[in-house]
Write a protein that binds this ligand. Structure first.
Ligand code: ADP
Ligand code: ZN
Length: 523
């Protein structure tokens, strides 16, 4: 059984000819009553992996999803295909809720979508006892991971599903998948006997580009005007304030943009989201509050104006581009200030030392991706445990950066930090160090007698932008650190190896013509 019936449902109900990737294996396994943990990139086709078993198996499939705002859309889409689906969450009024419950108890639902918090209530559990459940699907399963930024405490409770309904198969699905998250999901959900289905995380149609931040608004505008005119896309910013500012800036420049962040009222958020989904060519300027579960196939670009906190976050967010398989751009502008800001956030974050260490490791991996001279995709996939060769479709493949021996530059910079911080116990950030190295007699330099330091002017062979790149990369390599609210530069243990001339420092030289500029020239 299984195989023929599943294919028949795929064609008759969903109107597709063939399964994609590992869909067929997964679906057959679940129809046969097995547990499954499915790791598939965004756009890979996870929904069918539980929707088809829901239709083939007896009873109702209960789908746990944190995406309350999207449940109505999902149910509408299924209903339009003739599938009997309903949902229960806090947005439903009393009568609608009673109607869905009656359908479920009467055996008239193929799928019932539930919010995880609903499963924590005894009334929902009593309801579930009264119907017949054929399958549990746990969508966005990485929400159980306490390390991820999507953590939902109610997901921890889901391991009880197996205790209460030991004979009902479970399928957990996610697009996030470092080996660590993957293991954590299996453990926390009690999926001990589940088969793991891991798909490649490569998104070959996405072109990855990471550029040095100079004038980020101009850089963004250039990208949109020269390569993505009239395209739909998402621009991610870290703060609500910058979301508003960038959305206004784009509108002032004739680009239809909408803001989205948690500070907007629910109504505005819902309106902006549905306009983005339904209208063509809108740009959503958003915090990371936007995007999980959004199924808009023709998002042509995802731009980041601030550094994501982790490679996983970066992969998730950029993964919202190009679900239709057509060429798309993932563009990130990143600068020294991003590193300073993120370190500050980590230092000030709640939680114990282990938690902060975890955050710092995530950031370090993200910085390594930004500063790599190798193929971005190779590095990205390696982070998810996949090996691959140079892709030919990222900025470092298309316009390879040179690396240069930055040992002497690093020594100059680190001795400046040594003089200021270690010898004089003064707290200065990147700007002052660069002025000293360049030999600039600014008021602040003169006032602090920094023009009397032996390092004054020893770095005049490099430009200011070069020094910023040096500092950024030393931070990324852990050879330098920042501290406190003003981004004071301080030495690390490893700095000593460079100062003591025991360690060579290789740095990345920014390409003269970044990929975007090459394309701009054609227009
Ligand atoms: P995910 O949840 O993994 O991000 P979805 O389940 O939303 O992905 O599927 C992404 C898109 O691919 C949807 O538009 C879906 O209809 C389509 N799709 C999924 N499976 C197939 C298939 N076998 N053939 C054709 N299209 C498919
Ligand atoms: Zn590449």
């Amino acid at each position: 059984m299984g195989s023929d019936e599943a294919l028949e449902v795929l064609r008759r109900v969903f109107g597709y000819d063939a399964f994609r990737g590992r869909q067929q294996d997964i679906i057959e396994h679940v129809i046969g009553g097995g547990d499954a943990l499915v790791l598939m990139p965004t756009g890979g086709g996870k929904s069918l992996c539980y929707q088809i078993p829901a239709l083939v198996r007896d009873g109702t499939a209960v789908v746990v999803s944190p995406l309350i705002a999207l449940m109505q859309d999902q149910v509408d889409a299924l209903t339009a295909l003739g599938v009997r689906a309903g949902f229960v969450n806090s947005t439903l009024d009393y009568d609608s809720r009673r109607a869905v419950e009656a359908q479920f108890v009467g055996g008239d639902l193929d799928l019932l979508y539930l919010a995880p918090e609903a499963l924590a209530t005894s009334s929902t559990l009593r309801l579930l006892e009264r119907g017949r459940i054929g399958l549990f699907a746990i969508d966005e399963a990485h929400c159980v991971s306490q390390w991820g930024h999507d953590f939902r405490p109610d997901y921890l409770n889901l391991s009880m599903l197996h205790e209460r309904w030991p004979d009902v198969p479970r399928i957990a699905l996610t697009a996030t998948a470092t080996t660590a998250t993957h293991k954590e999901i299996a453990t926390r959900l009690g999926l001990t006997d589940a088969r793991h289905f891991v798909s490649s995380f490569d998104r070959p149609n996405i072109q990855y580009r990471i550029v040095a931040k100079q004038d980020p608004r101009r850089q963004l505008l250039d990208l949109l005007r020269t390569e993505h005119r009239d395209d739909a896309g998402i621009v991610y910013c870290l703060s609500r304030a910058s979301v508003e500012k960038i959305a206004d800036f784009l509108k002032d420049n004739g680009i239809p943009a909408l803001p989205y962040h948690a500070g907007l009222d629910a109504r505005t958020r819902a309106d902006n989201q549905s306009r983005f989904l339904r209208e063509d060519g809108l740009v959503m300027v958003a915090t990371i509050a936007f995007g999980m579960g959004i199924d808009k196939p023709d998002v042509r670009f995802v731009a980041h104006l601030d550094l994501p906190k982790s490679v996983e976050g970066y992969y998730q967010e950029t993964g919202r581009a190009g679900r239709d398989g057509l060429p798309s751009t993932a563009w990130l502008a990143y600068g020294l200030q991003d590193v300073v800001q993120q370190r500050k956030l980590i230092d000030g974050s709640e939680g114990d030392a282990a938690h902060r260490r975890g955050l710092a490791q995530h950031l370090d991996a993200m910085l390594a991706l930004c500063e790599t001279v190798e193929c971005r995709r190779v590095q990205l996939l390696a982070y998810f445990g996949e090996q691959s060769g140079p892709c030919g479709n990222c900025d470092t493949c298309l316009s390879p950066p040179e690396s240069w021996d930055g040992t002497v530059a690093a020594q100059k910079l680190l001795s400046t930090v040594y003089r200021l911080h270690k010898e004089r116990n003064q707290k200065f950030g990147a700007g002052q160090c660069i002025d000293i190295l360049l030999g600039k007699k600014t008021d602040k330099v003169v006032q602090w007698h920094h023009d009397e330091l032996t390092v004054f002017g020893v770095g005049a062979d490099l430009r200011e932008a070069d020094w910023r790149a040096v500092i950024r990369q030393l931070l990324a390599q852990g050879l330098l650190a920042v501290e406190g609210d003003y981004g004071t530069l301080v030495l690390t243990e490893a700095s000593g190896e460079v100062l003591g001339r025991h360690r060579q420092v290789m740095l990345r030289r920014e390409p003269e013509r970044p990929v975007s500029a090459a394309k701009t020239a054609k227009v």
